[in-house]
Design a binder for this molecule. Structure first.
Ligand code: DX5
Ligand code: ZN
Length: 226
């Protein structure tokens, strides 16, 4: 069974106090810190870039999980690696095959983890042959761009297909889901085969984020994995 990882999304944090917020996530039991980079082009929203991530680095020693929602990720990859990203997630929709290979080489040579993200409408098929090159696949369960949206249950089938394929190839690839994660939807996503869960509103809007994280985690255990 894969380890369950909870990754609070800093998109839902108080941007005026990001250092403290990152530190707080570490102290309340988060496994990874999810950092949503948006360029106002690939997605309709703009958030933050490498300088902010660099500024956060001294405040938190969790794995920095950088989700790049930008049109030209290769242009900026070096900056994000230098800023302290531990894992870089690139959107499949932003890359040619050659660019994907180039990105994988760059991230690996920096000794970091590399992942591919799929928007809800993006098919699993083209990435099946690249799974052995990846540490993680992110299945988006909302349209990327904003926090606080509802989980798309029709993505559960994509998650189970992906888990089946990873098993068939006998690989150790993390499946992350991002968007609309709550105690109900995490149960479904885990049962379908996901093991890493990004949560923004469910953690930052909770009165007690430590309890929110532990409830998310324990919600996974009531279902047997397929
Ligand atoms: C959306 C972002 C998510 C977002 C999730 O494009 O990638 O990481 O913060 O927020 P919630 O958990 O509120 O859906
Ligand atoms: Zn994200």
């Amino acid at each position: 069974m894969n380890e369950i990882l909870i990754a609070p999304s800093m998109l839902a944090s108080d941007f005026a106090r990001m250092g403290e917020e990152a530190q707080r996530m570490q102290s309340v039991g988060a496994d990874w810190l999810h950092l949503d980079v948006m360029d106002g082009h690939f997605v309709p929203n703009i958030t933050f870039g490498a300088p902010i991530i660099k500024a956060l680095r001294p405040h938190c020693s969790l794995l920095f999980d950088v989700h790049l929602m930008i049109s030209e990720p290769l242009k900026h990859l070096g900056d994000f690696l230098a800023a302290g990203a531990d894992q870089i997630t690139l959107h499949a929709e932003t890359l040619t095959r050659a660019q994907l290979m180039d990105a994988i080489v760059q991230v690996r040579s920096a000794g970091k983890r590399v992942a591919l993200a799929l928007k809800p409408a993006t098919s699993l098929r083209p990435i099946v042959n690249y799974l052995h090159e990846l540490d993680m696949v992110l299945v988006m369960t909302v349209e990327p761009g904003f926090g606080g949206q509802a989980f798309m249950t029709d993505m559960l089938e994509k998650i189970s297909q992906l888990r089946k394929e990873i098993r068939r190839q006998n690989l150790d690839v993390t499946i992350q889901v991002d968007g609309g994660i709550t105690c109900e939807t995490i149960t479904q996503a885990y049962a379908a085969g996901a093991n890493c869960f990004v949560a923004g509103s469910a953690i930052f809007n909770a009165d007690d984020p430590a309890q929110a994280i532990s409830e998310l985690r324990s919600s996974c255990y009531f279902f047997e994995k397929k």
